[in-house]
Design a protein around this ligand. Structure first.
Ligand SMILES: CCCCC/C=C\C/C=C\C/C=C\C=C\C(=O)SCCNC(=O)CCNC(=O)[C@H](O)C(C)(C)COP(=O)(O)OP(=O)(O)OC[C@H]1O[C@@H](n2cnc3c(N)ncnc32)[C@H](O)[C@@H]1OP(=O)(O)O
Ligand SMILES: Cc1cc2nc3c(=O)[nH]c(=O)nc-3n(C[C@H](O)[C@H](O)[C@H](O)COP(=O)(O)OP(=O)(O)OC[C@H]3O[C@@H](n4cnc5c(N)ncnc54)[C@H](O)[C@@H]3O)c2cc1C
Length: 670
């Protein structure tokens, strides 16, 4: 073995200690052996060309060079996908999470094509008629047209009904006239819009026959397909440097009475006829928000995957890194041996599992609701909206906090861009805001919860994810504390029910004392966010536990044991995090809390020998991890030194600035 492929001895020892079958866990996380094998096949085909490697790491490039490099790599990757990967997986895998994640090997930051596949194509699939899809979809999938999703404006992101861009129908020419009447009506933020896209989905207020019908979606060509020049009446550009997403050319866009054909309105849910007659969406008023719901659902899996990357890096590094001494003269321990380090990291492993299993469950719920809607039944949409809103909010918020925790766990080296942890953080922290801000989405869930509470109060049976509310009205007093998984979940549901109940009481009291409903709601929003968070926690705990029980039924004993330890760690961690709530809404005692603490510390000890095995089970290839600290071989220090050689500042022994500025300064007199 050369030193280049030698595995770090500490890491090798960790792998010898691991007592469970790693592949078995990988299969569970991927959703089955076949899925793992297909993922590996895709990765082999897509990554074996080594196209991902940049001679100069992208962080050393100027803004222009970075963008051009990102486009170059996006084209290489797209060609590999079109010509090689889809050959074996089929076209239906074009937008699959596996391909999105494999693409991470090509970009530390973001591909400028991400929004094309992430939102432009889904908006065509979800919002266009079959006839419109036949016109647009093949061209979009073949990259003959490249799109963005332009909804947010300079003045409005959250409040979609407040968007100002107008689309006014002209029956004379059978066209819509797009216009940006104010500076705040300029589209702002859309990924891929600034330099890359030649088309985009535009969300605008629809006017026809002198009446406004609210926001609708339109497909708009913004650049010439040959010259890429913006078309007359279109003003488009890049919005400038950001915390992350710097290769995504997020853009601005304005229209000056710009005309598009009538059939460019996405007409699956509402139509404008040739004469200008508006035909209303028959089934549900919010179906035009469907692309956002789809992306929110996929973001739970994204949160899990990016957290899995961060904790893989941090756990492997913590096995390699030795620091301090426990007793005078003793060998320095691996930092992974410190219980405080285990406390930082094992919850991240468990959370990645919890989110991955919840993401799969949510995806199944989403497809079931879609199937119902195809049959004309929209009854399950409110529950899906409430679920996808809170799960998106919590998974992205927790993943952000835990990725930062992984970075802290890597000390100074975690601050290096080459660790990849700062990029992961900058990417994931944005997910807390985009596709619906954290607070705003939890308040959407709260609306649903208050309604469900009122239904349960009046004796009606409520939908499955809030069924615990029915129990709330049949049991008296605090929930009996019970330290079993089911018991902890029941108590978390009681906490949620108790908090929703307090919100309802606050709103009612405020109304009784003279406030109107809007003000009473507004004054209660701090509590409402808190209640929605508690509800969502209970959903995640419940789903994670149920899925582990279901998926490990036929697993080997050691896999069952280690996955059980992790889910117990998760339940215990959150019980300890929320002792205030448990004291308020259950019969838990001081003694029970002491027991929980002990149980938690014992779980850290039990999981410790399998920690590296558990992150290996995420099975994330080095090319995708892109980290000096987290590679499979653990050559941390060698990789940090190799990376230094790529630093353009080290190319010459003396920097030109020495002669230009430093030397004159040194020679000058005070
Ligand atoms: C290929 C793989 C891809 C992987 C993915 C990887 C990466 C991610 C891809 C892209 C990310 C990068 C870019 C991000 C893009 C964006 O950010 S696009 C812009 C997203 N913008 C938002 O999310 C805006 C958030 N705001 C809203 O959603 C709404 O304005 C809000 C819901 C807050 C309020 O809407 P409003 O019309 O004012 O409604 P009300 O609050 O009055 O509610 C009325 C009733 O309607 C119900 N409702 C609201 N939304 C929905 C919905 N989506 N579905 C179903 N029902 C909905 C609401 O609950 C109310 O019902 P009740 O009256 O209470 O019964
Ligand atoms: C990296 C990135 C990529 C993006 N990509 C796209 C894209 O491709 N296409 C696109 O259309 N958009 C995109 N966006 C925009 C994104 O969807 C919005 O920024 C997001 O929905 C939040 O809206 P906002 O910026 O208007 O925030 P605001 O709504 O102004 O929020 C500011 C603060 O006000 C609070 N607030 C707002 N309303 C309420 C309320 N009703 N109750 C209580 N609190 C409230 C929020 O909680 C927040 O704290 C992107 C954003 C980012 C950061």
């Amino acid at each position: 073995m050369t030193s280049k492929n030698k595995i770090n001895e500490d890491l090798a020892n960790e792998r010898r200690k691991c007592n469970f079958n790693i592949e078995e866990v990988t299969y569970i996380l991927d959703g089955g052996k076949e899925k793992t094998l297909q993922r590996k096949k895709i990765e082999d085909v897509a990554l074996n060309g080594g196209a991902s490697v940049d001679d100069i790491p992208e962080e050393y490039l100027s803004a222009r060079e970075r963008y051009e490099n990102a486009i170059r790599k996006s084209c290489i990757y797209t060609n590999i996908v079109k010509n090689e990967v889809l050959e074996i997986t089929g076209i239906e895998n074009y937008g699959s999470p596996v391909l999105r994640r494999t693409g991470d090997a090509f970009f530390k930051d973001i591909s400028p094509f991400m929004l094309h596949l992430g939102m432009f194509v889904p908006s065509i699939i979800g919002q266009c008629t079959a006839e419109q899809q036949a016109t647009w979809l093949p061209r979009a999938l073949d990259m003959k047209i490249i799109g963005a999703y332009a909804q947010t404006e300079l003045g409005h992101g959250t409040f979609i009904r407040g968007l100002e861009t107008t689309a006014t129908y002209d029956p004379e020419t059978e066209e819509f006239v797009l216009h940006s009447p104010t500076i705040t009506s300029y589209k702002w933020w859309a990924g891929g819009l600034g330099r890359t896209a030649n088309h985009c989905t535009v969300v605008a207020q629809l006017y026809t026959q002198g009446k406004c019908h609210g926001t609708h979606l339109f497909i708009v060509q913004i650049r010439d397909l040959e010259t890429h020049m913006p078309l007359p009446g279109v003003k488009v550009g890049e919005i400038g440097p950001r915390m992350g997403f710097n290769t995504a050319d997020n853009g601005f866009l304005g229209f000056n009475n710009y005309r598009i054909p009538r059939m460019n309105m996405m007409m699956k849910n509402a139509q404008v006829l040739k004469d200008g007659t508006y035909v209303k969406a028959a089934r549900h008023g919010k179906l035009t928000y469907g692309t956002m719901v789809f992306v929110r659902v996929t973001l739970v899996g994204e949160a899990s995957f990016n957290l899995a990357k961060a904790v893989t890096i941090a756990v492997r590094y913590s096995a390699v890194r030795r620091q301090s001494e426990l007793r005078p003269g003793s060998i320095e321990p691996q930092i992974l041996d410190y219980p405080t380090q285990q406390h930082k990291l094992f919850i991240c492993i468990a959370t990645a599992h919890a989110f991955q299993l919840t993401a799969s469950w949510l995806w199944n719920t989403f497809t079931a609701v879609q199937a119902e809607m195809k049959k004309g039944n929209v009854d399950t949409l409110p529950e899906l909206h409430a679920l996808s809103s809170c799960l998106k909010a919590l998974s992205t918020s927790d993943a952000t906090a835990y990725i930062e925790q992984c970075r802290f766990a890597c000390g100074g080296h975690g601050y290096m861009l080459s660790s990849n942890l700062p990029f992961l953080y900058a990417f994931v922290v944005a997910t807390r805001t985009y596709e619906g801000d954290y607070t705003v989405l939890l308040l959407q869930t709260a609306r649903f919860l208050v309604k469900a509470w009122e239904q349960a109060e009046s004796g009606k049976v409520v939908t499955p994810t809030v069924a615990y509310l029915n129990r709330h009205f049949t049991t008296n007093g605090k929930m009996i504390w019970d330290n079993s998984p089911e018991g902890i979940i029941r108590v978390f549901q009681s906490v949620a029910a108790g908090k929703i109940s307090l919100c309802v009481r606050s709103i009612r009291n405020r109304i009784t004392s003279g406030m109107d409903h809007e003000d009473a709601w507004l004054m209660t929003t701090v509590q409402l966010v808190n209640a929605a968070e508690a509800h969502c926690r209970s959903v995640i705990l419940h789903t994670y536990w149920n899925e582990i029980v279901r998926l490990t039924k036929h697993s080997s004993d050691n896999v069952k044991t280690v996955l059980n330890q992790l889910v117990m760690l998760y339940l215990t961690y959150w019980a300890l995090e929320r002792t205030g709530d448990l004291l308020r809404y259950s019969t838990i005692s001081e003694n029970d809390i002491d027991l929980l603490q002990r149980q938690y510390e014992e779980l850290l000890v039990k999981i410790r020998p399998n920690a590296v095995g558990l992150v290996d089970a995420f099975d994330i290839r080095d090319e995708i991890l892109q980290s000096t600290l987290g590679s499979y071989d653990g050559r941390v220090y060698e990789r940090l030194m190799e990376e230094v050689q790529k630093n353009p500042l080290n190319k010459e022994p003396v920097d030109p600035s020495f002669h230009k500025y430093l030397k004159p300064l040194m020679k000058s007199k005070i």
